[in-house]
Design a protein around this ligand. Structure first.
Ligand SMILES: [Zn+2]
Length: 113
């Protein structure tokens, strides 16, 4: 996970010809199965010696939301399982919660100094 993010970030940095990446904003859904603290630790370790060396990871959690496929009630919540609040049994069709992507990257350009 961390490797793929770092790959994306460093690719962007190279394309834009910037000297350093200062901040990376990530969106992670509650059901994406990504542990924020683990991800941050891995990222910092892997980023050493790259353009993202001093980059700060800002992680935005996206709560799981969806609609019940049986009664159509909107369901939302945290945790692994999303249950319909009305019938409790209906499978919920997820609208959000599985996101995992880089939202934005902030960089530093030495040429502007
Ligand atoms: Zn339901």
């Amino acid at each position: 996970m961390a490797i793929s993010i770092l790959g994306i970030v460093n690719d962007e940095a190279q394309k834009a010809q910037v000297s350093a990446v200062t901040q990376v904003r990530l969106c992670i859904g509650d059901l994406a199965g990504v542990e924020a603290t683990t991800l941050t630790a891995c990222f910092e370790m892997l980023a050493q010696g790259t353009a993202s060396d001093k980059a700060r990871l800002i992680i935005k959690r996206i709560p799981a939301t969806g609609t019940c496929t049986v009664c159509g009630t909107a369901a939302s919540g945290r945790g692994r399982m999303l249950k319909c609040p009305v019938c409790q049994t209906g499978p919920v069709k997820l609208a959000t919660g599985r996101e995992f992507y880089v939202e934005s990257i902030e960089v530093e350009n030495t040429l502007q100094r």
